[in-house]
Design a protein around this ligand. Structure first.
Ligand SMILES: Cc1ncc(COP(=O)(O)O)c(C=O)c1O
Ligand SMILES: N[C@@H](CCOP(=O)(O)O)C(=O)O
Length: 462
């Protein structure tokens, strides 16, 4: 299996090189040259399997012979051993034909753990085999950073630098990033928003001298392996509701477009998906774009679902690549226009996107009301991101088709919003009960590429 760049100018790579390279040298994102297919029989055979075995069967064609079968199975087993639920990604029913896919039973209580725990294991295996070390730099609006730190803390061949927007993540998210004491963990609070952090990260990848000097690696969803790991729970949940004999729909709280893109890949592999619904908060650039208004950046307005406060949805580039007939030049041109504010989407591309994705948005008031209603009607406490999903799913769904809404974080990561909506303060799990007592270690830094690069150069292990 080879991977190619969405901008068409970087060399095609195998799975391991794609994973360790992160962002392609031409600024594009790697995607599989072709998407492997799963037959109806192969999908049906997933019924009743463990999450780990499902993960093995779904991911194996993408990974090829990078790892021997036994080694890949052992990697998957280690990745999910620390999850706090035997099913890993359990489904719970909210209403007739409406289900929540709980993706927050991993070590940092967000869906990011599904991919991050796996790539932590994949990186370790690949780096040990090559005798290499890397510097991981990640940009986060809160959850990716804590999951990355958890997956890579204490490793002696990896330094992890996480850029998060100062004052724009929840206290639990911040403390998850600033309280680990391992010397290879570096939390940087950037004077800017998430888009500034992600732009700085991409600029570091575009600086070849810096990139090669520090051996830069990515764990954001620009890394294909992140997306791949997330494809698995689309299969496991759909099969548990009767796929492939029964079609199902998904609603996905969306920011950087990685999670919903994984659903699109599942569909392309052969999973019978009826609707794939993009759910945005008040930062609704994706909803506006899918509605035909072009992709035009506005100010990022802080919300009660801060992890989705994003204007530049990195993985949308992967969807555009397919929508523009895999024309890397056309995508490069759009991304150039985005630097100066935005771009219009061609009619053909819009039609392609419209056939795959539906969309909706939830205001702050609607999000709070949905948290309250879900507690009242279904006795479930949900986080504000998941509430955006539930609100949009309720507005869009066909009652005859099972709808699976992704519950992307544990309510205890966002206790203020949940308490405001319901009066209930969601407690942290016992293993994190002392999070508020642990001491914090963080560097506040200007939104300045040179300052950030200097800091990283000065703090990597020799
Ligand atoms: C809790 C939560 N929900 C939803 C999202 C959006 O997911 P994606 O960025 O993959 O679209 C994020 C951030 O990525 C998140 O942390
Ligand atoms: N919401 C994310 C933003 C980063 O997205 P990713 O898809 O690159 O991981 C976060 O929680 O940091």
């Amino acid at each position: 299996m080879k991977y190619i760049s969405t901008r068409g100018q970087a060399p095609a790579l195998g799975f391991e090189d794609t994973m360790l390279t992160g962002l392609a040298r031409d600024g594009g994102l790697y995607v599989p040259e072709s998407v492997p297919q799963m037959s109806t029989e192969e999908i049906a055979a997933l019924a009743g399997l463990s999450y780990e075995e499902t993960a093995f069967r779904v991911m194996r064609p993408f990974v090829g012979d990078t790892f021997a079968e036994d080694e890949f199975r052992a990697i998957i087993a280690r990745a999910y051993a620390g999850f706090g639920h035997a099913a890993r990604a359990p489904l719970v029913q909210l209403a007739p034909n409406h289900f929540l896919l709980e993706l927050f039973h991993g070590p940092t209580l967000a869906f990011k753990d599904f991919a991050m725990q796996l790539i932590g294991q994949l990186f370790q295996a690949a780096l040990a085999r090559r005798g290499e070390r890397v510097t991981i730099v990640g940009a986060t609006s809160g959850d990716t950073g804590s999951a990355a730190i958890e997956a890579f803390r204490g490793l002696d061949n990896v330094d992890v630098f996480i850029l998060f927007p100062h004052g724009r993540v929840s206290e639990v998210q911040r403390r998850q990033m600033t309280t680990p004491s391992e010397a290879n963990v570096h939390a940087l609070a950037v004077e800017g928003d998430f888009d500034d952090c992600q732009a700085a990260l991409k600029a570091m990848f575009a600086d070849d001298a810096f990139r090669d000097h520090v051996r830069l690696a990515a764990v954001n969803s620009i890394n294909w392996a992140r997306v791949l790991a997330q494809v698995v729970y689309y299969f496991s949940s759909a099969v548990s509701l009767g796929a492939p004999q029964r079609r199902v729909s998904f609603t996905v709280p969306t920011g950087n477009f990685g999670d919903i893109f994984a659903g699109y890949i599942a569909q392309r592999m052969g999973l019978p998906v009826d609707q794939l619904v993009v759910a945005t908060n008040q930062n609704d650039i994706l909803h506006r774009c899918l509605g035909g208004q072009g992709y035009h950046k506005g100010p990022t307005v802080p919300s009660i679902s801060p992890s989705m406060d994003i204007q530049v949805s990195s993985n949308f580039e992967r969807a555009l690549f397919d929508a523009y007939g895999r024309d890397g030049g056309a995508v490069a041109q759009l991304m150039d226009e985005l630097k100066s504010g935005g771009f219009d989407v061609s009619q053909g591309a819009l039609q392609f996107l419209g056939e795959v994705f539906a969309s909706g948005r939830a205001s702050e008031e609607e999000t709070l009301a949905t948290i309250a209603a879900t507690l009242k009607d279904s006795a479930k406490l949900i986080c504000p991101h998941s509430a955006v999903g539930v609100k949009v799913a309720n507005a869009q769904r066909d009652p005859a088709v099972p709808m699976i809404t992704l519950a992307t974080a544990h309510p205890a990561k966002f206790p203020d919003a949940v308490e405001r909506a319901t009066g209930v303060h969601p407690p942290l799990p016992p293993r994190m009960a002392d999070l508020y007592e642990r001491s914090e270690r963080v560097t506040r830094i200007a939104n300045d590429l040179t300052a950030i690069q200097d800091h990283i150069r000065g703090h990597i292990a020799a």
